[in-house]
Write a protein that binds this ligand. Structure first.
Ligand code: PGA
Length: 256
């Protein structure tokens, strides 16, 4: 049922490391985190920088921890200096790829159109895109949160069919909450995430009840529980707090 956390929506705690951790640091984190992960019932995924993906993939084999990249190009190969293709991520192998993070939209000219191309391409390659949407402080103050966020959702999905809820994940990340220590109130996050689910239901019917929608922005061990208590919040995209194995473990065991 729409809006009710169903059995089909396994909670997902995703650690977006951004431009942090070289190979050695990645392996150090995993040395500490892999034994802890045995005690986690939710799904956990880490998103290291590209240079650490291969080493991380080797290290997490058999641990149940999932792996993702932070961005990709939509083409399989070509003259795109500095870019990484979905086929390259599939080879690692990556389970997930973050698409349209607000830092990419803000600093690297990511647009709704490039997000849409990347989402299409990730789906074609069987990599689950974690599509990020979210409003700025100015937009929130002007009362534009829902129109902005729902337009990002709709544009990211232009000409895309979703038949199975496990094909895609959304992350609602209000820009003013990212890296600021100002987490959204659980009820406010629920309001937006509930609206995203209703938009997905308009587009895809019942499948919307299977699609996981995460909250992101200053998630910490002490605020995750209240966020997860909201009916439509299916997990979190965690930046800063995911860099510490213990803190990320505490977040992933919010249900204790
Ligand atoms: P933060 O980052 O948890 O450090 O606020 C979240 C994100 O950008 O995904």
């Amino acid at each position: 049922m729409i809006g009710v956390k169903g059995m089909s929506r396994t909670p997902l705690l995703a650690g977006n490391w951004k431009m942090h951790k070289n190979v050695k640091e990645t392996l150090g984190f995993l040395d500490e985190f892999i034994p802890l992960a045995k005690g986690i019932s939710a799904e956990v995924a880490v998103f290291p920088p590209f240079t650490s993906l291969w080493a991380a993939a080797e290290k997490i084999k058999g641990s149940g921890i999932k792996l993702g990249a932070q961005n990709m190009h939509w083409e399989d190969s070509g003259a795109f200096t500095g870019e990484i293709s979905p086929a390259m991520l599939k080879e690692i192998p990556c389970d997930y790829v973050i698409i349209g993070h607000s830092e990419r939209r803000q600093y690297f000219a990511e647009t709704d159109e490039t997000v849409n191309r990347k989402v299409k391409s990730a789906l074609e390659h069987g990599i689950v895109p974690v599509v990020c949407v979210g409003e700025s402080l100015e937009q929130r103050e002007k009362g534009e949160t829902l129109p902005v966020v729902l337009s990002q959702v709709e544009k990211s999905l232009s000409e895309i069919k979703i038949e199975n809820g496990s094909q895609i994940v959304f992350a609602y990340e209000p820009i003013w909450a990212i890296g600021t220590g100002k987490v959204a109130l659980p009820y406010d996050a629920q309001e937006v995430i509930g609206a995203i689910r209703r938009k997905l239901a308009e587009l895809y019917g019942d499948v919307a009840g299977e699609i996981r929608i995460l909250y992101g922005g200053s998630v910490k061990p002490d605020n995750i529980k209240d966020l997860m208590a909201q009916p439509d919040i299916d997990g979190a995209l965690v930046g800063g707090a995911s860099l510490d194995a213990r803190a990320f473990y505490q977040i992933a065991t919010y249900d204790r």
